[in-house]
Ligand binder design. Structure first.
Ligand code: UDP
Length: 235
């Protein structure tokens, strides 16, 4: 395996499968199998999960809701997803811990960095819920922050497209994929990988990001073993 410790970022929307809202249990089970395949090879896995399948703060704010109130709802949505993913992983016989950035002690452990690292060393998947615990941030920022904090080797951003393209491949048929790209080129070309706060944090801390298609079985294992799929963003 090329990577010893990975931080997998999954968006909330990915959990919807073909639904319009909420969680598709089959998709969750598929993801659990994928994650188990890398755990079985001794890779340490931390996960940050989004909440967009349930609630996004910006969407609430655009309809007149107070932004902080709306973002609090979004953070709670990530904890719901974290609990769902935890169940699916446990059904697949993977040991997990859910750590939350906001206090919700009956439901999840609080985020304690040293404890998270210790869980990872014991082969437990650590799911980080609640984003960064602050409004006005995204779970992409949480992913980068947690990756740095637990000394992950790489951020694996699992999406439904197989990498970073010159343009949106779902809209532009002529778009071509990058195998590698530098942080600077992503910014220069105005490509969308993560929001700017998250992306800059990753760049400043020299933490590579690999964007790959998480919905093709076997891909997570391929990425973790160093196979060249997806797009790698590096210095
Ligand atoms: N959120 C937040 N602070 C954070 C992370 C998330 O307030 O540090 C809220 C925000 O409202 C966001 C929602 O939680 O819209 C869900 O997260 P995100 O949109 O990143 O989920 P994804 O797009 O990955 O599904």
């Amino acid at each position: 395996m090329q990577y010893k410790r990975i931080l997998l970022k999954l968006s909330g929307e990915a959990l919807m499968g073909n639904r319009q809202y909420g969680i598709d249990p089959e998709r969750l089970a598929e993801y659990a199998r994928e994650i188990k395949s890398v755990i079985d090879r001794g890779v340490q896995v931390a996960i940050v999960i989004g909440g967009g399948n349930i609630f996004r703060g910006v969407a609430g704010a655009s309809k007149g809701m107070d932004r902080v109130q709306a973002d609090n709802m979004g953070m709670l949505a990530t904890i719901i997803n974290g609990l769902a993913l935890q169940s699916a992983l446990e059904d697949a016989n993977v040991k997990t811990r859910l750590q939350s950035a906001i206090k919700i002690n009956e439901v999840a452990e609080p985020f304690i960095r040293r404890k998270a690292i210790s869980h990872l060393e014991k082969g437990r998947v650590v799911i980080f819920g609640g984003g960064t615990g602050n409004p006005y941030f995204t779970t992409d920022s949480a992913a980068v922050l947690r990756a740095i904090e637990v000394h992950a080797d790489v951020i694996l951003k699992g999406t439904r497209v197989d990498g970073i393209y010159t343009a949106d491949p779902e809209k532009d048929k002529l778009a071509t994929k990058f195998d590698y790209i530098t942080f600077d080129d992503v910014l220069k070309k105005g490509l969308k990988v993560m929001d700017t706060t998250a992306f800059t944090l990753s760049q400043e801390n020299e933490l590579p990001i690999i964007v790959f298609d998480m919905n093709t079985p076997g891909n997570l294992l391929k990425v973790a073993s160093g196979e060249k799929i997806g797009t790698k963003v590096n210095l």
